[in-house]
Ligand binder design. Sequence first.
Ligand SMILES: *[C@@H]1O[C@H](CO)[C@@H](O)[C@H](O)[C@H]1NC(C)=O
Ligand SMILES: *[C@@H]1O[C@H](CO)[C@@H](O)[C@H](O)[C@H]1NC(C)=O
Ligand SMILES: *[C@@H]1O[C@H](CO)[C@@H](O)[C@H](O)[C@H]1NC(C)=O
Length: 419
Amino acid sequence: MPYLCFFILFLFIIIKLVESVLVHKPGGKHIINEYNRFKTLGDETRRKIVNILAADITEKNGTSPPRQVKEKYARGIVSLFPYLSDPMSKNGYEHYYDGESGTGYLAWRIKTIQRGLGKERRASFEGLSAEVMSGGPTVRRESEFTPETVLSEDECKEAIAFMNHSADEDAVKKMMKLTFDYRRNMVLDHMQSSDILTVFPRFKDVKGLIEQDFVLMFGEGVSGKLLEKWTTAFKKKVIQQCKKLPTTSDVGELLLAAESPSDDSEEGVNFVWDTDLSSILLLLHLIPPSAQGRKRPGKVSASQAEKHLVVFKKSGTNIEEHLRNITASAQPYLLAVGPQKKSVHQYFIILDQHAIPCKSTSSLGAFDELFKAHFVFGTSYNTMLHNMYTFIQTTVYNIDVGKVKESPRVAEVRARLLS
Ligand SMILES: *[C@@H]1O[C@H](CO)[C@@H](O)[C@H](O)[C@H]1NC(C)=O
Ligand SMILES: *[C@@H]1O[C@H](CO)[C@@H](O)[C@H](O)[C@H]1NC(C)=O
Ligand SMILES: *[C@@H]1O[C@H](CO)[C@@H](O)[C@H](O)[C@H]1NC(C)=O
């Protein structure tokens, strides 16, 4: 009890601290008003509050302020403005300052101030080691599924030989289930993982095998989340948030496509994707490739990153030739084939110059399979899509929440969508 009283007093003090800084700095009152009106802060206003508070910290405690000071201010922000709190992180304020890794908007701003003063740059490497914590598609994990019959290695090899030629798809699916553990070990072994589609070639003609392995890893509940929640809980909010982004022609086109009903066959808009895929691609603009707060030369744009997620080819394109053309990419992407982008007849997952036909013919279903392919084949996310995939992983599928390092932008967007 005394501890609780102390904590409430402490919260009261830090709320007052942040509030009084804002009230006394130019632009600060505007921030409070915006929050009260909209129950959130836009990107511009968030930058402003971070700049004001970082300036205050360095004024009072120097350009290398201790961790507790930064934590105090970060906690102050989400205590004064509870809708800015991230519902999935431990303290809710890690996107402003994460003491474990030394990252977050406040930390970055303070580093910029240090740099401006010609200080050492060493600090920018702080936190890199925490970058890869212990989650994501490449880690070994307990599977949901425990096999009833455990096959010996020889039995697995027999099953693999059987599957190679069997015309009975149901039997192949069953054998794939029985060889799941054998395959997981192969996937996680660096020496063998690239052979997976050679040893298990039926991924390339029996549809639904990616889904089956993913369900064995995570269970039906997790597996269904994207299809269940995207159109009902996320899509509209993503569109809403993207309307606040600086307008570019790319975002404008995607917004138009995302908001059009799916059966809209108006002429002239045939070069855009269908409504669901457009909303997924908008997420790439909302959580861009290098959302590090400051612009870097050579920064990849969301539109460039799109090509690593989905590529369109007109019906009749020679898929084999497309595969020969690509310079081995370790990360999977979607190949969409159809008469035009918004009416795709078949999606393929392209991985290591193999084409795996998607079971689903809907764009959302194909994206769901693409995401799952990362876990089934143990491939890391493409660096350009890393932030966006991490958002999908934690916020939509709830996989490895609190175990993977997320960029502050991921947490910020989540706070806006879920609060
Ligand atoms: C930070 O600055 C405040 C105000 O000047 C001061 O009271 C506090 O002791 C300082 N904290 C540290 C850890 O230096
Ligand atoms: C599968 O069949 C192909 C051709 O029929 C053969 O080259 C390959 O070695 C076989 N793979 C296995 C694992 O039996
Ligand atoms: C393969 O590359 C060639 C030359 O760059 C190009 O002309 C051709 O259209 C490409 N084919 C496919 C299927 O992408």
